[in-house]
Design a binder for this molecule. Structure first.
Ligand code: UDP
Ligand code: MN
Length: 281
């Protein structure tokens, strides 16, 4: 058809899916992933964590990357994991690096469809910001880069983002051998912001905004049934009490499927799941 986007004949095996996690979340967050979307990309998905865990090393079929990063939630520890994620990608022969958090559902078919629209031999930074304007940070005040900008966009890590191999290769001199952690310390901002700083500000490659990525920083229940199939990622979050931000999708009741991931799995790929509720429930 006339408006069909260019296809770069991408195979799932061209994509490296990297999930950031922590040992304290393995049972709570990885089980639901391993039983749902992971089954569709088990060869391509790796979990970067902070401690040894023989049980989950087995459950992931050896795809748990046990980094030496600290297990705390500080900037250094999170930047450490991101740099391990990037280093791990570089030793794999893949065209695309996609990062997700361990509270993301990855819609593998839609991810592949999205990436097929771009050429991995060019520089691509695909993701979705969670703020309405590019970030101005004190460290950069009155300094501008080669494009004349003193602010930059960044893709929210909690929604997932993808980088082409060409771009990650260009990032190497700036981020390899622990330099990424140094940059995070310098600008004093989290890992996803530091990624944006490196790509948009230092390299001058603009973020391509893709609405199909979703974090729990946005209201997830507003996504319509018929739009779910084309989305790339979903998430969930728990607040105090019983307030939850999660996708509305037909399927299991919310007590047996609080994250909605089992229901999403059934809804998006009914033929691939043996244990799904009957359609119409
Ligand atoms: N995370 C981590 N170490 C920590 C806390 C969180 O590696 O000490 C990871 C976690 O596994 C997830 C991401 O960081 O992939 C975001 O964590 P979380 O969803 O708990 O917090 P948010 O930033 O979304 O509020
Ligand atoms: Mn989260």
């Amino acid at each position: 058809s006339i408006n069909k986007p260019k296809s770069h004949h991408l195979r799932l095996d061209d994509v490296h899916i990297s999930v950031k996690t922590s040992k304290k979340f393995h049972r709570q967050r990885l089980d639901v992933i391993l039983q749902t979307w992971f089954t569709q990309a088990a060869e391509q998905t790796y979990f970067v964590t902070d401690d040894e865990d023989a049980e989950y090393q087995g459950k992931t079929n050896g795809h748990l990357v046990e980094s030496n990063c600290s297990s705390s939630h500080n900037r250094k520890a999170l930047c450490c994991k991101m740099s391990v994620e990037l280093d791990f990608f570089m030793v794999m022969d893949k065209k695309w690096f996609c990062h997700f958090d361990d509270d993301n559902y990855v819609n593998v078919d839609s991810l592949l469809d999205l990436l097929g629209q771009y050429d991995s031999r060019q520089d691509w930074y695909l993701g979705k910001p969670s703020i309405k304007a590019p970030l101005e940070i004190p460290y950069l005040r009155k300094q501008s880069n080669k494009n004349g900008n003193s602010a930059f966009w960044f893709a929210t890590g909690g929604a997932g983002f993808c980088l082409s191999r060409s771009l990650v290769r260009r990032m190497q001199p700036l981020v390899s051998n622990g330099k990424f952690m140094g940059l995070g310390e310098k600008i004093r901002l989290p890992d996803d912001v530091t990624i944006g700083y490196v790509i948009e500000y230092l390299l001058g490659v603009p973020l391509t905004m893709v609405d199909r990525f979703h974090s729990h920083l946005e209201p997830l229940h507003v996504l319509a049934d018929d739009a779910l199939r084309s989305q790339v990622s979903f998430s969930y979050s728990t607040y105090r009490g019983n307030q939850m931000n999660r996708v509305t999708v037909p399927g299991w009741d919310t007590n047996s499927d609080p994250t909605r991931f089992f229901s999403l799995f059934c809804y998006l790929s009914p033929t691939r799941s043996k244990n799904c509720p009957p359609v119409g429930t």
